[in-house]
Design a protein around this ligand. Structure first.
Ligand code: GLU
Length: 291
């Protein structure tokens, strides 16, 4: 079986130990399986992405000893593909325009009769305020937020899809009560014309990813991704959600935890093998006795 994986950082800050672990683990897995390790830059949020962070990512990854095919997928250059996927969902009547802001959503979700609001991977589960508000005829509206009508989407499927994991959570996984755990998520943000979930699903298929290796913090989003793959007729890869690297107090490393930035360790004289030892990966040399 072929093995194609990827590392998909957002260039919104320095790579820290957690990112390095994710990238090195995916790279090692590809190497031991004679597979391919690809790179994707997740820069749909152009208000936060910076070219200098992107350049630093390439530099840090090379320093760590990783190599990848020169064709890197930049999400900021792939808007047409996201638009096509949204058109497909719109044409199937599965999207609707949403005009709510965060405050509206919190207020509606906290209506006293509803009890405590339910939370999903994107925060409070959307209470459905705009579901019936706008007509879903004609072509897809642009420059507005579009949500997935999850109830309708699930109604179109014979069974709720499942997916398989390797690693710590190896086995087949179902998606538990999607209406309560996922809800009508935003697939096109007003400011970006797409969303993390939609772009990841479209790009994993476009890059031919067979194995998604990423942190356990993204395991919660996998149900959404698998549902979208089914709706869009795309293959479901194998998933491998790995442990998260934590600081000395047990807290997960934050995006901007500059103290653990790879560049900081480099400046302090650490070697790539020191970084490997810190996150519990074998030395580069140990794995490659021939080399
Ligand atoms: N861009 C995401 C991040 O930096 C990773 C997305 C993914 O691996 O699916 O957390």
């Amino acid at each position: 079986m072929s093995f194609v994986t990827r590392f998909a950082p957002s260039p919104t800050g320095p790579l820290h130990l957690g990112h390095a672990y994710s990238a090195m683990l995916a790279h090692d897995m590809a190497r031991t399986r004679s597979g391919t390790f690809l790179l994707r830059i997740e820069d749909i949020d152009q208000s936060r992405a910076r070219p200098e962070w992107e350049a630093q990512i390439y530099d840090d990854l090379r320093w760590l000893g990783l190599a990848w095919p020169s064709q890197v997928l930049l999400q900021s250059e792939n808007a047409r593909a996201y638009g096509r996927a949204l058109d497909t969902l719109w044409d199937h009547g599965l999207l609707y325009q949403c005009d709510c802001n965060r405050r509206d959503i919190r207020a509606a979700a906290q209506a006293p009769q509803e009890g405590a609001p339910l939370h999903g991977p994107d925060g409070v589960i959307y209470p459905g305020t705009c579901r019936m508000k706008h007509p879903r005829i004609g072509s897809r509206p642009k420059g507005v937020a579009l949500r997935l009508d999850l109830g309708k989407a699930l109604g179109k499927m014979d069974t709720t899809p499942t997916y398989a994991e390797t690693g710590e959570h190896a086995g087949s996984h179902g998606i538990d009560a999607p209406e309560r755990t996922i809800g009508d998520i935003v697939l096109a943000r007003r400011d970006m014309g797409t969303s993390y979930h939609l772009s990841v699903v479209v790009d994993d298929a476009a890059q031919g990813i067979t194995h998604v290796v990423r942190g356990a913090d993204l395991a919660e989003a996998t149900g959404i991704h698998v549902i979208l793959q089914h709706l869009l007729g795309l293959p479901t890869p194998m998933y491998h959600h790995h442990k998260l690297i934590r600081d000395a107090t047990g807290k997960r490393l934050a995006k901007r935890d500059d103290a653990r930035a790879i560049s900081k360790y480099r400046a302090d004289g650490a070697s790539p093998d020191d970084i490997r030892a810190m996150v519990g990966l074998p030395s580069l040399f140990q794995k490659n006795p021939q080399g």
